[in-house]
Design a protein around this ligand. Structure first.
Ligand code: INI
Length: 164
């Protein structure tokens, strides 16, 4: 969550490791595509800025955020990927649907992280308004996709550090 203490462009207290040689898969939701497109752009730019090669980043779209868990699981099973980044945007409407979609994706991705072998990075923007989403997709609060890219790099580095 972007707060006064944490802007989405903050990369944390530890230096960002080089992403050279790391392989990433990104699942991005078509719902609210102006937002998720900006999240994808932020993620790609940041991965490459830290040394990832374009050919080491696999990008696939899914219809909605609820499908992100399935996509992440399939990327895991597919293999050859060091981390998955799941990007979506859910904006609160007039019905409880928002809550169910958010809950489903959040629990799905949490479960993959607990039980899987590679990190799945949680890039779900959940807001009350479109304006709040825009603020987190390259607006005044930064870009959640970019934040997720830094997290993915750090988590791959973490996983690799235990194998050396
Ligand atoms: N999917 C989103 O990614 N964002 C939304 O805001 C949203 N809303 O509001 O309904 C949404 N719904 C679709 C859902 O993710 C699934 O694609 C659908 O239920 C089919 O499984």
């Amino acid at each position: 969550m972007a707060t006064a203490l944490h802007h989405l462009t903050d990369t944390g207290s530890q230096a960002v490791p080089s992403a050279a040689g790391m392989k990433f898969a990104i699942a991005v939701s078509e719902w609210n595509s102006p937002i998720t497109g900006a999240l994808l752009e932020g993620a790609l730019q940041t991965l490459k800025a830290h040394g990832a090669r374009g050919e080491d980043i696999l990008v696939k779209s899914v219809p909605g955020s609820f499908e992100l868990t399935f996509a992440a699981k399939r990327f895991m099973d597919y293999g050859g990927v060091d981390a998955v980044i799941a990007l979506g945007c859910v904006i609160r409407g007039d019905t409880p649907h928002f809550d169910y979609v958010c809950m489903g994706v959040t629990q799905g991705i949490a479960r993959l992280n607990a039980e899987g072998t590679i990190p799945v990075i949680y890039g779900l923007v959940t807001t009350n308004t479109l304006e709040q989403a825009q603020e987190r997709a390259g607006g005044k609060l930064g870009n959640k996709g970019s934040e997720c890219a830094v997290t993915a790099i750090k988590m791959v580095d973490f996983a690799w550090s235990l194998h050396k």
